[in-house]
Design a protein around this ligand. Sequence first.
Ligand SMILES: [Zn+2]
Length: 420
Amino acid sequence: MKDASPDRVFIFDTTLRDGEQSPGFHLDSNSKLRIARQLEKLGVDVIEAGFPISSPGDFEACRRIAREIRGATVTALARAVREDIDAVWGAIKEAEDPQIHIVLSVSDVHINRKLGMTRDEVLKRGAEAVAYARSLCENVQYSPEDAGRADPDYLVETVETMIAAGANVINIPDTTGYCLPYEFGELVRRVINEARGSERALFSVHCHNDLGLAVANTLAALSAGARRVECTINGIGERAGNTSLEEVVMLLRVRQAKLGLECGVNTTEITRTSRLVSELTGTPVQPNKAVVGANAFAHASGIHQDGVLKDRLNYEIMKPEDVGLSDSKIVLTARSGRHAFHHRLNRLGITLVDAPADAAWQRFLQLADTKKEVTDEDLRKIAAMSETTNGHEGNGHPPVTDQLHDHNHVADTLRHLIFG
Ligand SMILES: [Zn+2]
């Protein structure tokens, strides 16, 4: 475990384990290695490579990642049984900084209905597993599964038992995405304050997004003293997914002055990482996704475009360059204004003034009403058609405008008239 200032938040990426467990997200060994290399560039502190006991392919993927990755802790998941722990250790022992991650339920609903055990039996099994893992590896993380729905007193007892058994990282999961932010923050604060030996452990959290609160709950836990965050690229993961890495990282950065926390992620690799995960899992990112969605830095309305072109601070709280994008996207639609229109023309090396500019603007408005987005190719054609417009031939408007407003087949006719 790394020494750190009290303000340092460690980023634990579980894209390759929890993320890969989502339906339809299977990754082969080569794809996992490619993502792990990109996570190394991104600068995460911990990479959870997989669940080695689950299949020979996953064991091999974890082993390749452990052998190759440097500069990040490599961990993998085990249930609290020797067979799983042996598989994890076999897969990750060649890592520069290996860690065994053990998970065992703590909520009564899981203990009774999933495990069919008593609380005491669970404590004993967990402690034995931790002690065994510690006999193999210096770094052992214990996750009391479904902590968000557990009896807090039993959770505290569990945490102190596992620290006493040798766990040096305690990860509190809201496995079902059930908690409210203040509730989860309070739970984490209570565990840190009440569990004996908590000063010897690093506290981590693992939140799910079933009610859209994964990032909010994570933030509440950081405010309560947790200093490690489990998260995934694009927020992928079981069901509605995990805490989104890019959202937490940019939250820490954009609101650094208020939160006083920092992490070691190189944010300019965020977009590249997001795209790689999307490509290799074959799953697109929703366009309005915070930070990495296609529209996260796109502006379409005239008022916003004009504001952003005058000064980005008007409508952007972070710079696209900070997440590795080259620029904000000015999308030309029927709601765009002249400022944006000429900005985009200028970027194509086209400057129009006077009558040609008016003609081009009218042609643009006509076309924009017929399609979702006006492209660079459309702009070049509009400019070419308008360049020779002579101001003495009237007001510079193309003659088709008024006639066409009465038409029923505006879209098709306009395209035909404008572009032939
Ligand atoms: Zn999970």
